[in-house]
Design a protein around this ligand. Structure first.
Ligand code: PAF
Length: 296
């Protein structure tokens, strides 16, 4: 695996990988890799001849009071994992390389960035959209892969790609990969390592409450009631506060007061101690666990 940290080095390495018309898959990350990331990497190998992974803790997507400085950084361990997984190229720019002096442009996907996490993390999705567009332009991949755990992020990136006519990767080639979960259902996240042992045990309640809520909606319960029960269960389990627990249209993120069978997503963000966890689930009859089968 080659590792590059300058744009000139990247351009040369990418040109080398593309020789003979070979295709590239890009997996953008902020490092602190876990099995969720490695699943993206494994799937990327099925989509293209070569895999490029970027590791960049993007200051532009962190708010003033967020965890930019504390965000876990473990470049050597990450590089070892990627090498073992057969990644061809690691793109690991510095902040100065990504945002040279005088950098002044922001990409904003209006509307989609004002709801859910956007309401609680103003400017976050501008930072995400800007850096992802830069990564697309720098690497020019044929396909890019993102985790469905960050459903709003994935929706925003797809909309940006459609709105800005990104031909490569094309909107159809932005692949969402199912959330990878721990055995008790907690969605894998680099931020899970902030949890104490007690908080980690309590955190599993989020997934249980979400599955119950999905089951209740599928069984015909009014969405408001199902969401109220979810909020009560999550707070009773030890979470300190809930930023949102909403049922939304999967692509437009419109709030749904009722579910009529279309593609929808239950999305939740909740705080446990100083850690903010997010998760989402499709309202999908195949995934339903009916309320009476659970005793959580
Ligand atoms: O999901 C992430 O890790 C980040 O938001 C991303 C897409 C790499 C952009 O910094």
């Amino acid at each position: 695996m080659q590792t590059v940290s300058t744009r000139a080095g990247l351009a040369k390495a990418v040109a080398g990988l593309k020789i003979g018309g070979k295709t590239l898959a890009l997996v953008p990350t902020m490092g602190a890799l876990h099995d969720g990331h490695m699943t993206l990497v494994r799937q990327a190998r099925a989509h293209a001849d070569h895999v490029v992974v970027s590791i960049f803790v993007n200051p532009m997507q962190f708010g003033a009071n967020e965890d930019l400085d504390a965000y876990p950084r473990q470049m050597d361990a990450d590089a070892r994992q990627l090498r073992t997984a057969g990644v061809d190229l690691l793109w690991a720019p510095t902040v100065a390389e990504m945002y040279p002096d005088g950098f002044a442009t922001t990409v904003s996907v209006a509307g989609l960035d004002r709801v859910l996490c956007g309401m609680h993390r103003p400017g976050h999705f501008d930072g995400v959209a800007t850096v992802v567009l830069k990564l697309f332009n720098q690497v020019r991949p044929d396909v890019a892969l993102f985790g469905e755990k960050d459903w709003q992020q994935l929706t925003i990136i797809r909309r940006m790609a459609r709105d800005l006519d990104l031909a490569q990767p094309h909107v159809d080639r932005i692949v969402g990969v199912s959330t990878v979960r721990e055995a008790d259902g907690l969605a894998m996240s680099s931020r899970n390592r902030y949890l104490s042992a007690d908080q980690r045990a309590q955190a599993a309640a989020l997934n249980r409450a979400m599955r119950l809520c999905v089951g209740a909606v599928l069984a015909g319960e009014a969405i408001g009631m199902a969401l109220d029960r979810l909020r009560r269960a999550v707070l009773a389990a030890g979470f300190d506060r809930i930023d949102y627990a909403d049922l939304r249209a999967a692509d437009t993120l419109d709030d749904l007061a009722q579910w009529h069978g279309g593609a929808a997503r239950l999305l939740v963000a909740a705080h446990i101690g100083r850690t903010r966890l997010i998760d989402n689930m499709a309202i999908d009859p195949a995934m339903a666990i009916m309320p009476q089968t659970e005793n959580a």
